[in-house]
Design a protein around this ligand. Sequence first.
Ligand code: FMN
Length: 201
Amino acid sequence: MSMKKQAYVVTSSVLGTSKSSELAHYAKECLEQEGWEVIVEDVSAQPLPPVNATVLGEFADKQSMGASKVQADRIIKNLKESQLLVIATPLYNFTIPAQLKVWLDYSCRAGETFAYTAEGPKGLLGHAKALVIRAAGGDYSSEHMAPLDHAVSYLKTVLGFMGVHVLPPVKVEGTALGSVEEQMQQHKRAIAEQIAVLSKE
Ligand SMILES: Cc1cc2nc3c(=O)[nH]c(=O)nc-3n(C[C@H](O)[C@H](O)[C@H](O)COP(=O)(O)O)c2cc1C
């Protein structure tokens, strides 16, 4: 059995110039240098069909071999087998892109990534940590702006619901306000340090 650690890197920006994707790809390079197996998924380039009655019917049917069920099974397998998730998101209208929401809709499955118990819902991905990378056109670092960023808070909620330990997020602020080159360099250093720490665990 391979003892290689596995990371699951998910990007979601629609743009090739994406700052969140750039940092996620940098994280991938760092992880590979540290000997991790890395799975990369771009939910914008390979969009999943949004949840509808047909998709939900497939999810509810254990025997289903429907296209969405097969995709969800693949995603859940990756989640179960990965010690680290890297989730890169732009801020679109104050939250995550629709396609990343769909990926999360495929990820959350009772009995697989969370369970209903007598004490309430319990996350089943307690072995995993998540590094959330978020890029925004505006600057949400001040006390009055921070509550408007529903991307980071939502990802903390939904990943926490599945039992994932969410690491301090990496936030690129103000990509529409001027150069973020200096921020990007700082973030890259922080990501490399974080991955060095995770690799020693
Ligand atoms: C559809 C759309 C909606 C956006 N909504 C917001 C927003 O609500 N707040 C904000 O600060 N920037 C907003 N932006 C700007 C993006 O957050 C900014 O371009 C950011 O850099 C995107 O991340 P990326 O560089 O990883 O693609 C929006 C951009 C697009 C295309």
